[in-house]
Design a protein around this ligand. Sequence first.
Ligand code: G3P
Ligand code: MG
Length: 266
Amino acid sequence: MTDRYRLPALYKHNEDGCIVIAHRGASAYYPENTMAAFKGAEELGAEMIELDVLLSSDGVPVVFHDAKLEGHSSGKGLLSGYTLRQLKALDAGAWFDKGFKGIHIPTLEEVLAFAAGTIAVNIELKTEAVTDRGSGGVEEKCLRLVEEYGMDRHVLFSSFDYRAVSHLKALDPAVPVALLYNRSASGKRLPGELVKQYKADACNMSYRQFNTKRRRDLNSNGIPHFIYTVDHPNRMWKLLDAGVTGIFTNKPDLLKAVIDQWRKEQ
Ligand code: G3P
Ligand code: MG
């Protein structure tokens, strides 16, 4: 790995060399993208939490995965049609288990207030929130919040929308940004070429797309790479053998245990 690529500084000691990233928090055990899931991830030993950002109708970055509210909240229709106040009136826990009834969709700011000084954050900007606007858009709103909380060297931004990667790097060339490999936007181009074109620091990729050709391309270019979303021990083990930089999982405790075992056998 070379100095060309900037990665977030972790708050936790990571001597095992593979970064454990809790996908939407510890989302196997808690409702995804909620404070409960992020706090749970930290308690289970994750070194980074991943979250998804969309904008409310009044322009506030909120943490939620799907463009539509059905399924993971008590709301209906597009999240982008709701003000923050309306979103805060929704329940974001009962769909998972009624024991979590009464918890709410967090803002990015609330998560940063928890994470600052405690755990690194991968902020995924959802395509639905990205526009052609280089300034004043979701990228700048999130970056300013991150700076306000002193997290600008402890976050990894990412997006499937490559415009967001360019916008972020134009706003702050030093902030770590990963290109989320998007097959339809990439054509036949390999990740090395894309990372160079967009001046990204890393490539995040589905384990399904992480084939021999792309793996070799990433390694030969020294590009840090984070693979999602892996909850199966055998698959985790193979990725550790492949020397990936980090793994996204819904079960950070399981990944920690697999890494411990893997290290013993090296
Ligand atoms: O950033 C990794 C992963 O979260 C990307 O896919 O759909 O789970 O946000 P998705
Ligand atoms: Mg995501």
